[in-house]
Write a protein that binds this ligand. Structure first.
Ligand code: SF4
Ligand SMILES: [Zn+2]
Length: 385
């Protein structure tokens, strides 16, 4: 018999999977020889402010999204893919080259290549394509740093050897969505589908390669957590990551279409994070004297399909918020974030108090049970019938 926690988790993942598979059956015409999107954003490299280029390769999607679990609750990258249909041989390399030729990389020393999943998973991108792409990058001495993404399962000696056999002088960052150090949060609130042990094994492999670095994504305010719980979880994760990462990107949850996050947001059950949560995090880091021995970025803006809603405060101060985040990302100076002020800060503080008073006292599993019985069960029945 299933224990209570497993049963609740199954109901959530079934709904998550239903939401994804509804999109899967919609017919769509996709050009497999053109990237889904590319953009330029601020960055920081070797102590200097830089601009970096981001390619969103058109892909078949993250394998974790095609499982019965339906992928991570906040992730809608799958809807910008061929939803599991394989791409023609060599298509990734063609996509890459077409976009690559458009940019003058003497202005952009960092190139991020995302494939809406794990670029090191041979089932998602053939190693031959990856090899060819990396070879082009290696020949371009203007590019100093490359960012790739992968789940830990595909970070193997074989894939790391492949990278190192091609990339000679540049630094390669491998982004992994650890999201939280807390196994329950990673499982129940994010549906990540891997354990800390798996993450740790990947990190120890990466450490053996001098020019390959580990970049960690941490989820800010995932489903079912209060603001304060998310702050505490992030601070505790940051403290425990000492020696287990080279860079951390704090990723405030955004609302991407077709996800469980969007479903709960449109039903008034979930509120994406306010920008103030970032200010609170920086205040607490200073107050608690937490010195982090790795670079910290603020991310969560670079997704495809572009989310419906990002971290925000109010129309009067959103511009200041984004400017402060940009300033932080390109200088590592948090003063713009720490000095943010607006009338809406008071509303945020009141919300924190209300959540602490009324929600934090309810055990996380009990909260989820309530949601399932009140809202998810009737909807799931409709979706499965
Ligand atoms: S967040 Fe990453 S691992 Fe999770 S479903 Fe999206 S692409 Fe896959
Ligand atoms: Zn405001």
């Amino acid at each position: 018999m299933l224990d209570n926690k497993t049963h609740k988790k199954r109901l959530l993942t079934q709904l998550n999977e239903r939401l994804k598979s509804r999109e899967r059956i919609k017919s769509r015409t996709i050009n497999c020889y053109k990237v889904a999107h590319s953009t330029v954003n601020k960055g920081f490299l070797n102590g200097e402010s830089i601009e970096r280029v981001i390619f969103f390769l058109r892909s078949k999607g993250c394998e974790w999204s095609t499982t019965e679990a339906g992928g991570c609750f906040m992730c809608g990258h799958y809807f910008g893919t061929t939803t599991g249909n394989p791409l023609p041989k060599g298509a990734f390399y063609i996509q890459f080259m077409q976009e690559y030729r458009k940019y003058d990389f003497s202005k952009y020393p960092m190139l991020c290549i995302y494939n809406a999943g794990s670029i090191l998973n041979e089932n998602e991108i053939p190693q031959e394509d990856l090899y060819q792409i990396l070879k082009e990058i290696n020949d371009n001495k203007n590019i100093k740093s490359i960012v790739l993404e992968s789940r830990p399962a595909y970070i193997t000696d074989e894939t790391l050897d492949l990278i190192q056999s091609v990339i000679k002088d540049q630094v390669v960052e491998i982004g992994i969505g650890l999201e939280s150090m807390n196994e329950t949060i990673r499982d129940l609130c994010i549906n990540k589908g891997f354990t800390f042990k798996e993450y740790e094994e990947a990190i120890y492999k990466i450490k053996r390669y001098g020019n390959i670095k580990a970049l960690k994504y941490l989820s800010i305010k995932p489903l079912f957590l209060t603001i304060q719980e998310s702050i505490e979880d992030t601070l505790s994760t940051l403290e425990k990551l000492n020696g287990l990462t080279d860079i951390v990107s704090l990723e405030p949850v955004s609302v991407q279409s077709g996800t469980l996050v969007e479903f709960l947001f449109t039903n008034g059950i979930y509120q994406p994070p306010k920008g103030w949560i970032i200010k609170e995090l920086f205040i607490e880091l200073t107050k608690r004297n937490i010195n982090l021995p790795f670079e910290v970025r603020i991310g969560g803006f670079e997704f495809f399909p572009i989310p419906e809603k990002f971290i925000s405060n109010c129309p009067n101060c959103d511009k200041k918020l984004y400017k402060a985040i940009d300033l932080y990302n390109s200088t590592k100076d948090p003063s713009g974030i720490l000095t943010l002020s607006c009338q809406c800060y008071g509303d945020f503080k009141s919300l924190v108090s209300v959540e602490n008073e009324h929600i934090a006292k309810i055990d996380l599993e009990e909260r989820i049970s309530y949601l399932i019985s009140e809202l998810l069960l009737p909807v799931r029945t409709k979706l499965t019938s």
